[in-house]
Ligand binder design. Structure first.
Ligand code: ZN
Length: 119
């Protein structure tokens, strides 16, 4: 590697040799480094937002299903109605949703940690 601030590297877009401190490629005029970060972070933000959104949705569904299962199913169960069993099924589905929500939330926070995106 040459020393003295004149390190050369290759443009990731066209392969042209460019100076280490160049902010854009003289050959293809793509801006370097900064553009990379800009290109990557919206996509990443999207991933994180999506994971957070899904976590929220699953949490809401989970809570709804559990509430419905316990109240509706419990009421039916108290009336000695076998339909009360469906309440148990709803609660199970709700618990499944909540754990899916936790997985999505974990994914969101893992991405946030890994890439240092502040939100
Ligand atoms: Zn280039």
């Amino acid at each position: 590697m040459p020393r003295g601030g004149q390190t050369m590297f290759r443009c990731p877009y066209c392969g042209n040799k460019i100076e280490d401190n160049a902010t854009s490629c003289p050959a293809c005029r793509k801006s370097l480094a900064r553009e990379d970060a800009q290109c990557q972070s919206p996509r990443l933000d999207g991933e994180i937002d999506k994971a957070k959104h899904e976590a929220n949705m699953f949490t809401i569904y989970g809570i709804l299903l559990i509430t419905l299962g316990i109240t509706g199913g419990g009421a039916l169960w108290l009336m000695a109605n076998w339909l009360g069993l469906f309440g148990g099924v709803l609660v199970c589905l709700g618990i499944g949703c909540v754990s899916a929500a936790e997985r999505h939330a974990a994914k969101a926070s893992a991405l946030t940690r890994e890439f240092g995106v502040r939100k």
